[in-house]
Design a protein around this ligand. Structure first.
Ligand SMILES: O=P(O)(O)OC[C@H]1O[C@](O)(COP(=O)(O)O)[C@@H](O)[C@@H]1O
Ligand SMILES: [Mg+2]
Ligand SMILES: [Mg+2]
Length: 358
């Protein structure tokens, strides 16, 4: 049964008809989808293909590379650098922009691709969810690319998306007209539009944060999390649920499906790293996808998409998801910065708890 199904190619033709870079952008996104299919095949084969395990060396982030980090990186590069739409690529796995296979500068395109080839790679060896994240920016056609050209704020993205290699493989993307999800039909090898115009509920009772970092959090994050944990006995007057999948892609996907808030906030571990996630190829594309679905994305102290990047692999605090929850967290940061937040009181000792002080 294929009648009535919207394939990725058909969707792109319709969405990009009026777009200034329509033809090149459509061709590039189809190439990204081809890379996603080959990464999906590798993740599905797992140990059978010899794809699991770590390599000896670390990447530019000082993190140990998994075999799949490298294979996924090569898959994206191979699929996207030959078609003439790109002027340059930046990958999480390389310090500097990647050289293009297409060496003839006059035939270079006007688009830049920045990507995280395999997100959540610590999940590879436990057969957990992993993903790929990408963002497309503009460049002046024909001129040589330098690292500075990639330092554009998230508001300048022309396309953004991710692939989730879960029980099924999904590709979720935006070109600025809503956020849309496609599911890979493995039998025919096509991405089919299955989740058009995703919408994130404004309110939610689900949050995601790596609680093992609690001792490094700032007071506004402690305040938010402790209020969630206090549930119906605290100021929120309702119970909250918590999730942690250790793959940003999977967390954002859950939020796009049913709402919630995700936090990888600023912490005090290392002043050189004011967050865990990378601005250009993790935070920005996800922030745009979330905003296009009616959610909000913030550093806690401002809209993520408006942040001016200063380095290719810059890390930033990330708080995103259901609008009301993100706004509440921004308020807590404002109140804290103004010295006006409430002193932190453990939920065990608040006025409605068992240990209430009389
Ligand atoms: O569970 P941890 O160690 O706090 O880190 C999880 C975070 O790190 C990441 O895995 C970083 O991505 P990479 O795997 O691309 O380095 C995010 O996906 C995730 O949100
Ligand atoms: Mg990542
Ligand atoms: Mg990665």
């Amino acid at each position: 049964m294929s009648e009535g199904r919207t394939t990725l190619s058909k969707f792109l033709i319709e969405q990009l008809r009026e777009h200034p870079e329509g033809a090149d952008l459509g061709a590039l996104l189809v190439d990204v989808a081809a890379a996603v299919k080959s990464i999906a095949a590798m993740t599905a084969k797992g140990a059978l293909g010899g794809f699991l395990g770590a390599l000896e060396h670390t990447n530019v982030q000082g993190e140990q590379q998994k075999k799949l980090d490298v294979l996924a990186d090569e898959a994206v590069q191979r699929a996207c650098d030959w078609g003439g739409q790109l002027a340059g690529l930046v990958s999480e796995e390389h310090e500097a922009p990647l050289p293009l296979a297409q060496t003839d500068a006059t035939r270079r395109g006007a688009l830049l691709l920045v990507y995280d080839p395999l997100d959540g790679s610590s999940n590879t060896d436990v057969n957990g969810a992993v993903g790929t994240i990408f963002s497309v920016l503009r460049h002046s056609a024909g001129t040589p690319v330098v690292a500075q050209d990639f330092l554009q704020s998230g508001t300048q993205q022309v396309a953004a998306g991710y692939a989730l290699y879960g029980a099924s493989t999904m590709l979720v993307l935006t070109v600025g007209q809503g956020t849309h999800g496609f599911t890979l039909d493995r039998e025919v090898g096509n991405f089919i539009l299955t989740h058009a115009h995703l919408r994130i509920p404004e309110d939610s009772s689900e949050y995601a944060i790596n609680a093992s970092n609690a001792r490094f959090w700032e007071p506004p994050v402690h305040r938010y999390v402790s209020e969630c944990q206090a549930g119906r006995s605290g100021v929120r007057e309702r119970d909250f649920n918590m999730r942690w999948i250790a793959a940003f892609v999977a967390e954002v996907h859950r939020i796009l499906m049913r709402g919630g808030v995700f936090l990888y906030p600023k912490d005090g571990r290392d002043p050189a790293k004011p967050g865990r996630l990378r601005l250009l190829y993790e935070a920005n594309p996800m922030a745009w996808l979330v905003e296009q679905a009616g959610g909000a994305a913030s550093t806690g102290r401002g809209r993520l998409l408006e942040l001016a990047p200063s380095a290719l692999h810059q890390r930033v605090p990330v708080i995103l998801g259901s609008r009301q929850e993100v706004q509440r967290l921004e308020r807590y940061h404002r109140e804290h910065d103004a010295g006006a937040d409430q002193p932190f009181v453990s939920p065990l000792f608040n006025e409605r708890s068992l240990f209430a002080r009389s």
